[in-house]
Design a protein around this ligand. Sequence first.
Ligand code: ARG
Length: 372
Amino acid sequence: MNSPSESTHGSEGKKAQIRAIRFAHPGNLMARYFSEDYFNSLDESKRARMWQIIKTGIENPDSQMGAYAQSSGDYEDFEPLLEPMIRDYHNIPRDQEIEQKHDWSATTSNCNLEDIDPVLNGVSMRVRVGRNLAAFPLPGAMTKAHRLEFEVLMIKAFTALQGDSQFGGTYFSLTPGSSHVIDADAYQRRVAAHQMFKDMGGDPYLVSAGISSDWPFGRGMYVSSSEDFIVWVGEEDHLRIMSMRQGGDLAALFGRLHDGLEKFAKLIPPFAHSSRYGYVTSCPTNLGTAMRASLHLPLPKLTEGGSHLERATKAALDFGLSVRGAGGEHSDAGQGGLVDISPRARLGVTETEIMQCLYKGTAALWSLEKTS
Ligand code: ARG
């Protein structure tokens, strides 16, 4: 236990750090919206919870968001801090209600990248959603026992899914001693194939938030025999459920995810969900649909052969898209200027709108590339 003087000193030190970050890193949304008056108005226990939420943004001043929720109630309990950050990131003006609706209807529509250009027929496409169970703390606050208990619960569901004609597959665990465990080589091959997540200890933002703690216990992935339906267990959210394919048919990709998601959800306890923030996620950037839909597009001209992402990033912003390197978050463009593009908005938009944004944005960026 800290003595009162020590904890006061600790708080004062952190407040000073946040003031310095606000000045040096104006992009850090936690530092931008942290209010000392609000903090001072909280009782001891809420102060301690708040430090846990924003520790990542203090220890990593270059954070864009700078906070990870630790329990699904945090978004309501710390609304005065988190809501302005959420509005800023998701571009929701103050006078507009935050409200999340879901709509997957476009998954039955015609939405094929080949209609933009026939060469876009073997594009690497991926769509994922984050989900957390209401019954467990969010990953940052899970104990090792929680992580193991959670994995056991998921293995039961995967075992039930195994015999399914469309989604049958295999679960691979990273938990030492698990009867489903895979060895280091097999794990690395799955990482190289972009099916499995990397060692979370390499992500300082997750480390600070406690999300990578107890690695690799309670971590694993389920993959369908068709290899296009994947569920991650124990990454940034309890579950990341995704569909991956090479091709051009976005509607089919989204449809595949939706079907698998519906089937899987019936086998497990309910997800944490709020009418305002939609599916509750660790990171405020993922709230709402918790969906990230992306594809790899070669933009050699816009990226000057892959050496600079700035121009593509700027152009993509006009179409509501984010650009990152093809190697994942914080990576550079790949060979031939291959970049990963995805609709930036996740909250206050529907799943259908995200798919349409990706389609229209791809068309616009592609035509810009061609005329550059
Ligand atoms: N916490 C990091 C930041 O604030 C990453 C945010 C978005 N990425 C993510 N994987 N949630 O910059």
